[in-house]
Design a protein around this ligand. Structure first.
Ligand code: BG6
Length: 479
């Protein structure tokens, strides 16, 4: 059995908007997540800022972690978590994003959460922005397309770094920054929510706007890294990207080239900028060939070079294929769809399950960056049903995780420097892509349903005990 390093950070991952609930409590403002309705695998979520009372907005209540954090964290401690990935809701701290002074009630909440984690010996890993920018910034200035967002974000980032630097060592600037580039994104009227950072829904999809919005986030991230390094040198700041291998479906040279180009644009572009500190040549060519103009200002390039991250993190759920042959069967996926892989099975949401792809991805990322890596999301969304004994017997989830953790161990044996692993949605929460509760990932079952009903009661699934053994044995006991 492959060995994991001493002090390996085993844990779970969440995002504020998907589980805190209490969306308008104690001065919190509406985030982009709060204006998105529920959906399912066949029904896209809708961005509807009117907050129509006839519609259901699942992120408003989440699973109410805001009020249950103490008992939820106690359950994570029972599993032996070494780390817990969570995000701070920007709108708890700056409700519209534009205030000069922070909301003390919001800051106090995260003090309580971090203190509680520390009292259990759990290291917080904090994403500063995980799909929850203030909706007011979208309304007022079209979100990240507008450079003024950089200053608003920096005010927020400095505020949380100043407040929590002695409680939180590991920080990530933006969750899956590359999602903001997905063509099925939120600027269509039926847009998906993932990566939604503006512009407003009525505006047409425009790649120059999308890339400019991502550029502004790059600048904001670099400034955050520089501020942290200057003021709090012991802090470690990472980036976070979605990583989906795009294998070539055939060995036709055109397919091989296409696979390389898709890998560059979808998976590597954003981490290349975060880690290497400059725009890669392949993107400059892509922009020129496609008439894309990224609005930059003088000094941006220097900032990007100076503000590179200390470690690299990514989410890994599935892999895809690509081919120039348009007739091949397609498959869905974590935002970016592709060509079906005949060797892989898929989840009920069409995400192709590929544990060996994780080993491959870790090796690719390590070869490219030579920076410590962390898998900060991985897991299986499934329909869980408690059995007659009231317990969820999720052997399918155990099987998914076992195979991925084994492959992660193989990557460590290959020489990859891996810091930790946080399984996504360690407690059931609202799905980002579909807004469902029915798409469950957790070790901990939450009695909450797609229509908002349920007692909210928590219970341990079989995978809870399995993961506890995995952590206790530092990844050796996966039986
Ligand atoms: C990642 C996101 O892409 O995938 C999470 O960072 C998200 O926010 C996770 O929840 C799983 O996706 P979904 O759509 O099944 O919730």
């Amino acid at each position: 059995m492959a060995k994991f390093p001493e002090g390996f950070l085993w844990g779970g991952a969440t995002a504020a908007n998907q589980f805190e609930g209490a969306w308008d409590v104690d001065g919190k403002g509406a985030s982009v997540a709060d204006v998105v309705t529920g959906g399912d695998v066949n029904t896209p979520r809708m961005i509807d800022p009117s907050l129509d009372p006839a519609k259901y907005y699942p992120n408003h209540d989440g699973i109410d972690f805001y009020h249950t954090y103490e008992s939820d964290i106690a359950l994570m401690a029972e599993m032996g978590f070494k780390t817990f990935r969570m995000s701070i809701a920007w709108t708890r701290i700056f409700p519209t994003g534009m205030e000069e002074e922070p909301n003390e009630a919001g800051l106090a909440f995260y003090d309580r959460v971090f203190d509680c984690l520390r009292s259990h010996g759990i290291e917080p890993l904090v994403t500063i922005s995980h799909y929850e920018m203030p909706y007011a910034l979208v309304d007022e200035m079209n979100g990240w397309e507008d450079r003024r967002c950089i200053d608003h974000f920096i005010r927020y980032a400095k505020c949380v770094l100043d407040r929590y630097h002695d409680k939180v060592t590991y920080w990530l600037t933006f969750n899956e920054i590359n999602c903001g580039l997905a063509s099925g994104g939120a600027s269509t009227s039926t847009g998906t929510f993932k990566g939604y950072t503006g512009p407003r829904t009525e505006l047409p999809f425009d790649l120059s706007v999308r890339y400019t919005a991502v550029h502004n986030q790059f600048v904001a991230s670099a400034k955050t890294v520089l501020y942290a390094h200057e003021h709090y040198p012991k802090l470690k700041i990472g980036d976070m990207c979605i990583y989906v291998p795009y294998y070539y479906r055939t060995c036709a040279p055109d397919d091989i080239l296409l696979s390389q180009q898709v890998m560059q644009r979808v998976n590597y572009f954003t981490s290349d900028v975060h880690v290497r500190g400059y725009y890669p040549g392949y993107m400059k060519r892509y922009f020129a060939d496609n008439g894309i103009t990224v609005k930059m200002e003088e000094g941006d390039e220097e900032l990007l070079r100076a503000g590179t991250v200390d470690f690299c993190t990514f989410s890994y759920y599935m892999s895809n294929c690509v081919s120039c042959d348009e007739t091949l069967e397609k498959t869905g996926g974590n935002l970016f769809s592709g060509v079906k892989n005949p060797y892989l099975k898929a989840s009920d949401w069409g995400w192709q399950i590929d544990p060996k792809g994780l080993r491959w991805s870790l090796n690719e990322m390590w070869d490219r960056y030579q920076k410590p890596l962390m898998v900060v999301e991985n897991g299986m969304g499934a329909f869980d049903k408690p059995g007659d004994d009231g317990v969820v017997h999720d052997d399918y989830r155990i099987e998914y995780l076992r195979r991925h953790i084994q492959q992660m161990g193989e990557a460590v044996e290959d020489g990859v420097e891996l810091m930790g692993y946080t399984m996504w949605g360690c407690i059931d929460l609202v799905s980002a892509s579909t807004g469902e509760m029915a798409k469950r990932y957790g070790f901990i079952y939450v009695d909450k349903h797609d229509d908002g009903t349920g007692t909210g009661e928590r219970s341990r699934k079989d995978s809870f005990y399995w993961y506890k053994k995995c952590i206790e044995s530092n990844g050796q006991d996966l039986a």
